[in-house]
Structure formats: C-alpha cells, structure tokens
Ligand binder design. Structure first.
Ligand SMILES: *[C@@H]1O[C@H](CO)[C@@H](O)[C@H](O)[C@H]1NC(C)=O
Length: 184
C-alpha cells in the first residue's frame, strides 16, 4: 500500500466516524420534530367527550423519568415505542369516525422515524442483543399489551379509543425527551 493509499484510508476512517456522530445529532433533531408531527396528527383526530374512567396503563417508570440511557439503547427504546404505537393504530377504529388519511399520515411518519433509527441500530447489531431482552424493554412491551388488551376488552369502542389516543399523545413528549440521550 502506498502512503497515499494509507492516507486515504485514514481520511475515510475519520470521515466515517464523523458521519456517525453527526447522524446521532441529526437523528435527535429529526426525532424531536417527528414527535411534534405525530402529536399534531393525533390532535387532528376528532375527540368525543367521554365519561370513561381515567386508567393508569403504567408506563415503566424508568422510561417515564428518562433515566440516562446509552444512545444506542435509547434508539432501541424509541424504535420499540414507535413500532408498538403503529401496532395499536392498526386496530379497528371505525367506531371513532376518524379520518383514515390522517391515520395513514401517522403511519407514514412513524415509518420514516423507524427507518432512520434502523440505520443506526443496524450498525453493530450485536450491541443491542442483550438490550433486546432487558427489563426495560419487557416492561415496555407489557405496557403496550395492556393498551391493546384494554381496547379489545372494550370492543374498540369510541370511548376506549379516546382514552388510548390520549395515552399515546403522552408518549411523544417522552420519546422526544429520550432523544436527549443521543448527546451522551
Ligand atoms: C381527511 O383528511 C385529509 C387530510 O387532512 C383531508 O384532505 C380530507 O378532506 C379529510 N377527509 C374528510 C372526509 O374529512
């Protein structure tokens, strides 16, 4: 290898690590504005007053209080949340009279955000292996299972959807806050 080549390789290495740190920075911006977009879309879904009891679905404390996570772990957590939110809205919402276009836009936005996170999660996938089965992730999955179960038990009633929509609305500021970990 000539010196020129070595220099080129070194430069390439430098550039690729720079690109990586920039992408966490960019991801933080994208993810924060993406959370706002999702909240705006949810706000466009009409709300019906409803006397349903407020229910505590018990979002894991660790996530609610934004414990400091490693940035890759935070990316994995956010991805998991987005995927579950997506899955919640694939349930039958015909009782609500919601505009399907708005829900489709929400799906599009969630997909875009998940794709961006996946580019980072795909690098050194072995790093996220242990995390995949961590307590934080298991608790998070149970939380969304409770949401899904609630909808099912209430037969996807309009009222149940109002409760679930409000709960999901509260997920986005938390996701946005989790992106602070991308600075770590
Ligand atoms: C549904 O939402 C879309 C996008 O906001 C809008 O263009 C369309 O007119 C809405 N449809 C109905 C039936 O309200």
């Amino acid at each position: 290898m000539t010196n020129g080549c070595i220099l080129q390789t070194l430069l390439l290495l430098c550039f690729s690590t720079t690109a990586l740190s920039i992408s966490y920075k960019a991801l933080r911006l994208y993810q924060s504005s993406g959370s706002v977009t999702c909240q705006e879309l949810l706000l466009q879904l009409n709300v019906r007053p409803c006397l349903e009891d407020r229910i505590n679905f018990k979002l894991p404390e660790k996530i609610k209080h934004q414990q400091q996570f490693k940035k890759k772990d935070a990316a994995f957590l956010i991805h998991e949340m987005l995927q579950n939110i997506f899955s919640v809205f694939t349930n039958d919402f015909s009782s609500t009279g919601w505009n399907k276009t708005i829900v489709e836009n929400l799906f599009g936005e969630l997909h875009k955000q998940m794709d961006r996170l996946e580019t980072i999660l795909k690098e050194k996938p072995e790093e996220s292996l242990a995390w995949r089965n961590s307590m934080a992730i298991l608790h998070l999955k149970s939380y969304y299972r409770r949401l899904q179960r609630y909808l099912k038990d209430k037969e996807y009633s309009s009222c149940a959807w109002m409760v679930v929509r409000a709960e999901i609305m509260r997920n986005f500021p938390i996701i946005s806050k989790l992106t602070d970990c991308f600075q770590n």
